[in-house]
Design a protein around this ligand. Sequence first.
Ligand code: FE
Ligand code: FE
Length: 190
Amino acid sequence: MDSIEKIKTHIEKNFSEKRKKHTYGVANTALELAKQYGCDEYKAELAALFHDLYRSIPVNVLNYHVKHLELDKKYIDNANLSHGKIAAIMIQRDFDISDEDIINAVSYHTTGRPNMSLLEKIIYIADAVEPNRNYPGVDELRRVVKEDLDKAIYMSLSRTIDYVSSEGNYLDKDTIHAKEYFEEIINKGE
Ligand code: FE
Ligand code: FE
C-alpha cells in the first residue's frame, strides 16, 4: 500500500472527528502552499497527514514513549511538545518513512526552528492556518501566508511565544531561535 493510503486508513480508523478534520485541513492547505511555493506536493500531503499522529494520545502513553525512546526529559508531561517528536520517530518504524525532510517537518511542526526547509515551513504554517482554525488574527495570517511565507511564520511564532509565555508554560528554545531567524530574514527583505 502507498504511504498516503496507509496513513489515511490509520486516520479513518483511529482519529476523532475533530482530529480528522484538522488533519485533512492541514493536508489540503499544505498541498495548496506546495503548489504555490514549488514544494514537492506528495511530501507536503504525506507530512501533513502524519504531523498529529500522536496528538490525541493520553499523556501517560506519551510519557512512556518519551522514556522508551530516550527523548529529553523536557518532553515528560508536555503533550504539546512531545507529540511531534514521537510521531517523527514512529513514522519511520510503523510507516517505513526514511525521507529526512518529511521526518523533520513532523518533528518541528510545533516549535519551528532556524533554517527550516520549504517543506518544514509549509507544514508549520498549514497547521496554523488550516480552515478549521479559529483564533484572533488567523484571517490576517491566512492573507499573509499567500504573499510571504517567512513573514507569516514569523507572525505565527511571535503569537505562539506571547501565548505560551502568558500561560506560564515552558517555551522551547527552538521557537525562540526560530523567531530570531525569521526576524532577520524579514528585516533583510525590507
Ligand atoms: Fe501538532
Ligand atoms: Fe496540528
